[in-house]
Design a protein around this ligand. Structure first.
Ligand SMILES: Nc1ncnc2c1ncn2[C@@H]1O[C@H](COP(=O)(O)OP(=O)(O)OP(=O)(O)O)[C@@H](O)[C@H]1O
Ligand SMILES: [Mg+2]
Length: 298
């Protein structure tokens, strides 16, 4: 199957083209198509990773279903044949990478759970200390250290540029106390269960980002679920606090980009074939280990 950089669909209105997903309006529901685009440093690369959209879609579907006891989720239809019947103009290029979901009003916060300190939170901690964002973290944590218990660290959902970590109080200001408390509770419970499962296959789930949205029936888990794009999966046997851990997905991309003079502004460069192939294998490995299955053949 060729790489899908952009979907085209005549039968429905495109309402959003994100870094990875194309979203079409179906009235009360949405068709979400995951493309093979890959971004690094928030910039989309010129070429894609073959099958990435299918891997992300199938991995999300796996997690949404596995964790459906914790909270309601947005998935309505995941079967290609049923999607074809519902969406005029839908074709095989979208197979394995499409879902019909309940339309929600996304919260203006991203809901992050962390069992380890890394990335943006480690930067904030190093600069501001253990009280950063109203947290109460001990002194002496290294980049990649395990936390004594998982924490909820919401972030703003920036329409452009990088998301910023905020305290729980600011999350309450944005979405209201009741919604913020429910989102925190769900985030931590989803994280705990996903981290337990990941541990059984030798993966540390360092952190992950969830999105929730409001519907007529209340708050619902939306967007994607525990993919390598939204989560830090680490190889448990290689975990060594004291610096960034090798990332499970984009490590080869980042390593390659660091060899360039590129200023990290759009347009993104073209990735060489070997970087593309190794990256694809990494996504596939995450899929296989987490789900215990091969990616369904097409
Ligand atoms: N059920 C839903 N209802 C409404 N919006 C949704 C739903 N599920 C996901 N979304 C939104 O669809 C978009 C998915 O696209 P993608 O992941 O490519 O976006 P992104 O690059 O992360 O973009 P953004 O910066 O807008 O989040 C996100 O903006 C997400 O909030
Ligand atoms: Mg997204």
């Amino acid at each position: 199957m060729p790489v899908l950089l952009q979907s085209t669909l005549k039968g429905a209105d495109l309402i959003h083209r994100g870094k990875v997903r194309d979203t079409y309006d179906l009235g009360d529901s949405l068709l979400i198509v995951a493309s093979d685009r890959i971004s690094a440093f928030d910039v989309i690369m010129e070429n894609g990773i073959p099958d990435k959209g299918r891997i992300l879609t199938q991995m999300s579907n796996y997690w949404f279903r596995k964790l459906s006891e914790v909270c309601p989720h947005h998935l309505q239809v995941t079967d290609d044949e049923q999607i074809r019947q519902r969406v005029p103009g839908w074709d095989e290029s979208l197979a394995g990478r499409s879902v019909i979901v309940t339309k929600a009003q996304p919260l203006t916060i991203e809901c992050v759970a962390r069992g380890y300190i890394a990335g943006s939170l480690f930067k904030d901690y190093r600069r501001e200390g253990g009280q950063t964002h109203g947290l109460d973290l001990p002194d002496g944590l290294l980049d990649g250290s395990r936390l004594s218990e998982p924490i909820f660290t919401p972030a703003t959902k920036a329409t452009e540029g990088h998301d910023e970590n905020i305290g729980f109080r600011e999350a309450v200001d944005r979405v209201g106390r009741e919604v913020a408390e429910t989102a925190r509770e769900w985030t931590l419970e989803l994280y705990r269960r996903a981290a337990d499962h990941s541990a059984t296959v030798g993966l540390l789930l360092a952190d992950t980002k969830f999105e929730f949205g409001l519907t007529e029936d209340g708050l619902v888990w939306i967007d994607e679920a525990l993919t390598p794009d939204s989560s830090r999966y680490w190889e448990a046997s290689q975990w060594k606090p004291g610096g960034p851990q090798p990332s499970f997905d984009k490590q080869f991309v980042r390593d390659y980009l660091e060899t360039l003079a590129w200023d990290k502004r759009p347009p993104g460069p073209r990735l060489p074939d070997d970087v593309v192939e190794k990256t694809k294998q990494k996504y596939l490995e995450a899929f296989r280990r987490v789900t215990g299955h091969e990616l369904p053949a097409r």
